[in-house]
Design a protein around this ligand. Structure first.
Ligand code: ADP
Ligand code: ASP
Ligand code: MG
Length: 425
């Protein structure tokens, strides 16, 4: 029998009614003769609420205990969902990440999956049961401790399980009808995309379009798992994520040059002022940051002022890593000999993404003109083959996204973007 993996996000199971509605959808799929494996997130804003609770107890919760706490959210929803499916007359069994065979490294808070041994899931399917798995968690191979895979990572649990089980599709159910040309919470005129190539989706996810977790798209590409992003609040077809090579050429004659605009408000910018302009200084700075596990995104180095022999280096990084990076850099001030550090966490990133960019000149000019007309100042720029990103002031992110969306004719004439639930927290 063919296997379908379905992942339901927090907004889909926000309360008892949501859980019953999702159970009905699962049963409908089961009735079509499919084996169903479900991955579920914590109810509503549970994960954020648990984090807040930990903060009230201590400003620096031990990572092991924080993971223990946060994984409780998914245990609640998985058990309730199994009860709801049973109530509808179908067998269901819930499993923690550890029971489902999600084996990870031992980095708490952002563990990586290193193996999936889904023996118990396969066993449950053999007995005719629906297997319900807690998303976003696993167990460390070395320490045997419970780990979490990073915020939003239930998507990754689902795709990894789909790959390990050889599922025909991984359905990601969320609070919007699919992947849109921009976040529908900011651009009500955003368009639902029928198909997005894995390559474009990787760029969108990496640029902050949180509708899919970045690592789940990487997994899908590596193991060739088709993803269908759709809503659990309606029966409309969503967005298919498939490799570019598999996208139907004939119907793609009209394929848009630009697929969408993404934004990311979780960034911060650090400027190292007055770095001596000599060989090895940048290497020393970024090596130190790398050793502290800080991920760097964009980097800009100013032209050295000939009279002083000094230069400024600015870079962006996840805001959560900001304070850690500042203290790491403070420790090497004497050694590097820089003047001072500046920290700005009121920045955001806006990115334009489209595979058609490769073969169409003038996209950058049009993007920057749109930002200028909207009065948005560009602080930093970075590009890939199919993406252009800029750093702007945080309060200008929405304006920048809307202006860009309109400038590239992405606005839909009729409003398609319904946000069915969730707080967007
Ligand atoms: P879930 O809890 O189901 O995992 P998320 O909140 O993680 O849901 O992701 C869904 C949200 O992603 C939407 O509510 C929307 O605000 C946001 N989003 C950002 N960019 C996009 C986009 N391009 N298309 C669709 N949704 C997007
Ligand atoms: N509950 C986790 C979070 O809020 C995982 C997820 O929803 O994907 O990040
Ligand atoms: Mg999500």
């Amino acid at each position: 029998m063919s296997i379908v993996v379905q992942k339901y996000g927090g907004s889909s199971v926000a309360d008892a009614d949501g859980i019953k509605r999702v159970a009905q959808r699962i049963v409908n799929t089961r009735k079509q003769g499919k084996d169903v494996v479900v991955v579920v997130s914590a109810m509503g804003d549970t994960t954020d609420d648990l984090r807040d609770l930990a903060q009230q107890v201590t400003p620096l919760p031990p990572p092991r205990e924080l993971d223990m706490l946060l994984t409780a959210g998914e245990r609640i929803s998985m058990a309730l969902l199994a009860m709801a499916v049973t109530q509808l007359g179908y067998e269901a069994q819930s499993f923690t990440g550890s029971q489902a065979g999600v084996i990870t490294d031992s980095v708490h808070g952002r563990a990586k999956i290193i193996d999936i041994t889904p023996g118990r899931i396969e066993g449950a399917l053999k007995t005719g049961a629906v297997a319900i798995v807690a998303g976003f968690q696993g167990v460390s191979q070395d320490t045997k401790d419970v780990t979490t895979l990073g915020r939003g990572a239930s998507d990754t649990t689902a795709v990894a399980l789909a790959a390990a089980l050889g599922a025909e599709v991984c359905e990601i159910y969320t609070d919007v009808a699919g992947v849109f040309s921009a976040d529908p919470r900011i651009v009500p005129a955003a368009r639902k995309l029928d198909r997005v190539s894995t390559e474009e989706m990787l760029e969108m996810a990496a640029s902050g379009a949180k509708v899919l977790h970045l690592r789940c798209v990487e997994y899908a590409r590596r193991y060739n798992v088709p993803i269908h992003v759709r809503t659990s609040f309606d029966y409309v077809e969503g967005t298919w994520i498939t490799p570019e090579s598999e996208q139907d050429g004939a119907s793609d004659v009209e394929q848009a040059i630009i697929s969408g605009v993404a934004h990311d408000r979780s960034q911060a910018k650090i400027t190292v002022v007055g770095v001596p302009d000599k060989v090895g200084e940048a290497a020393r700075i970024f090596e130190t940051l790398a050793n502290s596990e800080v991920n760097i995104d964009m980097v800009v180095q100013n032209v050295s002022a000939a009279s002083t022999g000094l230069t400024d280096i600015s870079f962006t990084l996840p805001r959560d890593d900001g304070q850690g990076a500042m203290s790491t850099l403070a420790r090497i001030q004497d050694e590097v000999g820089y003047d001072k550090l500046l920290y700005d966490d009121r920045v955001g990133k806006v990115s334009l993404i489209g595979a058609g960019m490769r073969s169409h000149p003038g996209i950058t000019a049009k993007f920057f003109t749109a930002l200028a007309s909207a009065g948005v100042n560009i602080e930093m720029i970075s590009t890939s083959e199919i993406r252009i990103s800029v750093i702007v002031a945080e309060q200008q992110v929405d304006t920048a996204v809307r202006a860009t969306h309109t400038a590239f004719d992405l606005d839909a004439t009729e409003v398609e973007a319904v946000v069915y639930g969730g707080t967007g927290r």
